[in-house]
Design a protein around this ligand. Structure first.
Ligand code: VGL
Ligand code: ZN
Length: 198
């Protein structure tokens, strides 16, 4: 079955030294590059926020980074400012083999809503267009790698499984933020949704 490799948010700000660094985030870049040749398509996602994005703690006076607030669409973790449109931190890790990718899906560019998943924004309704892209190309199997396992990778993989794609996460090529047990919770939620963790 035609299979896509979907590389989630392998960006400077999620790697050590970045604004929302995930421990060991840079260690997965070379393994991801090595995987690319095995797939019928390579898709990259890019977290891409305006500087005043509503998911940033700075946009909520008095709020601490990593606290949670209630948005119209549900609970939202407030993050340090990261992946600001056009900033160096929003770029892909310099060693990532971006030339191999067929398409780049940007997400999180609407000021009022965050987007962890590569398919839907956090209201679970606003679509990125990725489902249509995959279906039009007949890519009904998807393997996920990238950052962070417990947020954007997990939400993307769960949506993919719910949408009917045969879905795997290659855990060795991911790293987690692990905020208040979010890594274990995300692994459990992925399994419950029918995602294969390899
Ligand atoms: C992500 C938090 C905020 C991710 C993106 O890529 O997992 N996490 N924005
Ligand atoms: Zn973000």
């Amino acid at each position: 079955m035609p299979t896509a490799l979907i590389v989630i948010d392998a960006q400077v700000d999620f790697c050590p030294g970045g604004r929302l660094a995930v421990a060991g985030g840079d260690e997965i870049i070379a393994p991801i590059n090595d995987l690319m040749a095995d797939y019928d398509a390579v898709i990259l996602t890019q977290d891409w926020h305006p500087a005043d994005h509503s998911s940033f703690a700075d946009s909520h006076p008095g709020a601490e980074p990593f606290s949670t607030v209630q948005m119209d669409y549900g609970p939202q973790v407030l993050w340090p400012q990261h992946c600001v449109i056009g900033s160096p931190g929003a770029g892909f890790h310099p060693a990532l083999a971006v030339d191999v990718a067929d398409v780049v899906i940007r997400k999180g560019f609407r000021p009022e809503i965050d987007s962890y998943s590569a398919f839907f924004e956090n209201d679970h309704q606003t679509r990125t267009g990725l489902e249509g892209y995959l279906r039009e190309r007949g890519l009904m199997r998807v393997d996920f790698v990238g950052l962070a396992l417990d947020f954007c990778v997990a939400w993307s993989a769960i949506d993919a499984a719910r949408l009917g794609f045969t879905t795997r996460v290659i855990e060795d090529a991911t790293r987690a933020i692990d905020l208040n047990g979010s890594r274990a919770a995300a692994r459990e939620a992925m399994r419950a949704a029918g995602v294969t963790l390899t």
